[in-house]
Design a protein around this ligand. Structure first.
Ligand SMILES: [Zn+2]
Length: 304
């Protein structure tokens, strides 16, 4: 494949075999080269305006920044350097904090993502996603007792010895699909879309369903169109808060659109010529550049 999707982790070695190696972990936590990415209430620490970069701290600050119950989470290695993330949500006003305030500002990655280079986009998305999971899984879903982080932050274990349930980071799988009929595709507008943006259709996988089933069901539910030839394209981590987007193409068997008014405000067939003619002034705008939706559309446009 020519390129991978934004937020994918091609640059990062996740070293999952080292997460329980306390000797190795302690070496990394005391090394002067190890780096730390703080996350505050789901926002990442960044710096710069025109070009936005991750604001990355030295690991030596971890004891000053951590709370009693949240420790650093190992992200992995880049060129031999270890990267950890730390949730600093307990700090009341981080922008007035001596160290954090001087290092950068906490921003929503959904807002600044398109201005960040790929390698850092992945690190920031990963840090945001895993800290979100920790925040939402402090109690055991089986018995309600407190849970404790282990394996360098990649699992949580119930503190009740008789339960002892282990909980792993959760990813919600969503299908996203470009539905084509010769020289046109379906573009829809969901209530959550901002401004004039329209996009391909998407929806969450349900228990007991294949991804291909999910594509066909979602398209039928949202626009009443029957599809065939469901073909996988590529996928994208989308940790806003915890999704994986799995990209497909499918061919329409029926073409009359009947929208589900709860899921969509509108949906229409748009031709290649119409899509290629979109300018910043047009009544329809394409999805953001860092999204798999945009890539699915651009790849299809490039074929005709
Ligand atoms: Zn439990």
């Amino acid at each position: 494949m020519a390129r991978t999707n934004f937020y994918s982790s091609e640059y990062l070695d996740r070293v999952s075999h080292l997460r329980k190696d306390s000797t190795w972990l302690n070496e990394q936590l005391s090394s002067t080269t190890t780096r730390l990415l703080p996350v505050w209430q789901h926002n990442n620490l960044v710096k710069g305006t025109d070009i936005v970069e991750a604001a990355i701290l030295e690991i030596s600050h971890v004891d000053m920044l951590r709370s009693d119950d949240v420790g650093p989470v190992l992200l992995g290695l880049i060129d031999g350097t270890a990267y950890f993330t730390l949730d600093v949500s307990h700090i009341e006003n981080p922008h007035e904090h001596e160290l954090l305030g001087a290092a950068g500002v906490f921003e929503d990655l959904r807002k600044v993502g398109p201005y960040i280079q790929h390698e850092q986009g992945n690190l920031l998305a990963y840090a945001r996603g895993i800290n979100y999971w920790h925040q939402r899984h402090r109690f055991c879903g089986v018995c309600g007792s407190l849970t404790q982080s282990e394996a360098a932050g990649h699992q949580r274990r119930c503190s009740d010895a008789s339960c002892n349930a282990v909980h792993f980071p959760r990813t919600d799988v969503a299908c996203i699909m470009l539905i084509h009929d010769e020289d046109r595709i379906i573009m829809g507008k969901a209530p959550r879309f901002q401004g004039k943006m329209q996009s391909v259709l998407a929806g969450f996988l349900e228990p007991g369903e294949t991804l291909e089933d999910c594509v066909a069901r979602e398209v039928m539910e949202e626009v009443g169109v029957q599809v065939t030839d469901v073909e996988y394209q590529h996928s994208q981590p989308w940790p806003f808060p915890s999704s994986l987007m799995v990209g497909y193409r499918a061919r329409a068997v029926t073409t009359e659109i009947t929208i589900d008014p709860i899921e969509l405000l509108s949906a229409e067939w748009m031709s290649r010529d119409e899509l290629k003619a979109i300018t910043p002034e047009s009544e329809v705008q394409l999805p953001r550049k860092d999204s798999i939706a945009r890539r699915l559309i651009e790849e299809w446009l490039a074929e005709g």
